[in-house]
Design a protein around this ligand. Structure first.
Ligand code: UGA
Length: 438
């Protein structure tokens, strides 16, 4: 099928590349000429495992094309996916101006039936608005349908999530459009859930909020574990063995970050408020997430007394492993807090150094080329992102490199007993009272 994706950011590019890989003829549109030029040259602006080879391969086979022209895109695709950003506003509600603009742009180009699909994460009832907007700006009598088809891809495993999804959600109010959408997804082996548009839109926010709730739940338990002298890792294992609960998203740590959860939870709270039903449970999810961060900083402060002039190493800058994305990264927030209080910070991340360098904060820290270099002479080491490379570090070399063998493991990456055996003082999250190293 001929498909068009408007917006070639994380979601749009990965979706377009995977659709092409599965056999569709895809045109990706973006208004950023520089981005399109570099994509045409086979350069991917993000680090996402497995994405570059499929972009290259499908560009060569001409199943994946790029353009800056919306009219060319609308002309090409029988289905037009909207995958533009929906950033947060100051009050947490969603800025829908990109969606609205694209709806107008599509409308003026429409000359025959198209299915217009919203893939961006949007508040419930946005589909109605998109429909009204297109109707208002399109020439009279032109036919189209609007569909909601939320994405559930995770950064770091986006290609795999797209190629092998748990489910495909298609929300539409017209049989004609639903039939077209089923054809789009025919090559994928996954259950398809057909709903109305409002339900599909709500599924996306409800799913992300539930995952965030799981994280905050285990983080709240981690606090209890610290007071009671229990190990949150064991507790998570014990809870997660119940199939009704499951072990995933029960990793206690510094809390959730990234470009989705913080924004989507705030948006869902704002949506519920607008619907006249304040979602207090989600407000507590946010509170626990913020508290987890401040508790962690407090525990470092408690050990070091003051941050001023202390040499502190931070491992990890991306908001989670397997990505170079530093947007709303808790790791970056930690670096920021340390710098603000005068610490002498050295950072290292396996993939996110380049993206980090684009932040003004980068000018206030030292950038190391390896984890050991970052740790050299440090009075404390903070593990802020759970990259596998950090778990594999030689603890003898690490101890010898540091001024003081003190580790604050914000992601429970290391085995505390191993750290203690190698002479470290180790503080994880929710790991009870550990003996001091001798
Ligand atoms: C999330 C969802 O998992 C995807 O299903 C969704 O499609 C995507 O948002 C989106 O809306 O676009 P993503 O933000 O890439 O994906 O990353 P996650 O793997 O969900 O992690 C989010 C944050 O939660 C990270 O900061 C991670 O470190 C943290 N996390 C995750 C925990 O603290 N504990 C856990 O057990 C799991």
């Amino acid at each position: 099928m001929k498909l068009t994706i408007i917006g070639s950011g994380y979601v749009g590019l990965t979706t377009g590349a995977c659709f092409a890989e599965i056999g569709h003829h895809v045109m990706c549109v973006d208004n950023n000429q520089k981005k399109i030029d570099s994509l045409l040259a086979g350069k991917i602006p993000i680090y996402e495992p497995g994405l570059e080879p499929i972009v290259r391969k499908n560009v060569v086979s001409k199943r994946l094309q790029f353009t800056t022209s919306t009219s060319q895109g609308v002309d090409h695709g029988e289905v037009i996916f909207i995958a533009v950003p929906t950033p947060p506003q100051d009050d947490g509600s969603v800025d829908l101006s990109f969606i609205e603009k694209v709806a107008r742009e599509i409308a003026v180009c429409l000359d025959s039936y198209r299915v217009i699909v919203d893939k961006s994460t949007v508040p419930v009832k946005t589909g109605d608005r998109v429909s009204q907007t297109i109707r208002r700006y399109a020439r009279p009598g032109v036919e189209f349908d609007v569909v909601s088809n939320p994405e559930f891809l995770r950064e770091g495993s986006a290609v795999d999530d797209l190629m092998h999804p748990d489910r495909i959600v298609i929300g539409g109010n017209s049989d004609r459009a639903l039939a077209v959408m089923q054809k789009v997804y025919e090559p994928f082996v996954a259950p398809v859930l057909i709903t109305d548009i409002n339900s599909a839109e709500l599924i996306k926010h409800a799913a992300n909020s539930f995952l965030a709730l799981k994280i905050s739940y285990i983080n709240a338990i981690s606090e209890l574990c610290e007071i009671a002298g229990a190990d949150v890792e064991k507790v998570a294992e014990g809870i997660g063995m119940d199939k009704r609960i499951g072990r995933s998203f029960l990793n206690a740590g510094l809390g959730y970050g990234g470009s989705c959860f913080p924004k989507d939870i705030a948006a869902f709270i704002a949506i519920a408020d607008q619907l006249g039903k304040p979602f207090n449970l989600l407000k507590e999810v946010q509170n626990i997430n913020a508290r987890q961060f401040s508790r962690f900083l407090d525990s470092i402060r408690e050990a070091l007394w003051l941050f001023k002039e202390k040499k502190i190493a931070v491992w990890g800058l991306s908001f989670k492993p397997n990505t170079d994305d530093v947007r709303s990264s808790v790791a970056v927030n930690i670096v920021e807090a340390l710098v603000k209080d005068g610490a002498d910070v050295t950072v290292y991340d396996p993939k996110a150094m380049e993206k980090f360098k684009e932040l003004p904060l980068a000018a206030s820290v030292k950038l190391a080329e390896s984890p050991l270099e970052a740790a050299r002479g440090a009075e404390a080491l903070i593990i802020a992102t759970e990259w596998p490379e950090f778990a594999a570090i030689d603890l003898t070399e690490l101890r010898d490199a540091m001024h003081t063998p003190l580790i604050f493991d914000g992601r429970n990456l290391l085995d505390p007993s191993a750290a203690l055996a190698y002479g470290f003082q180790y503080r994880g999250i929710g790991r009870g009272t550990l003996p001091e190293a001798t």
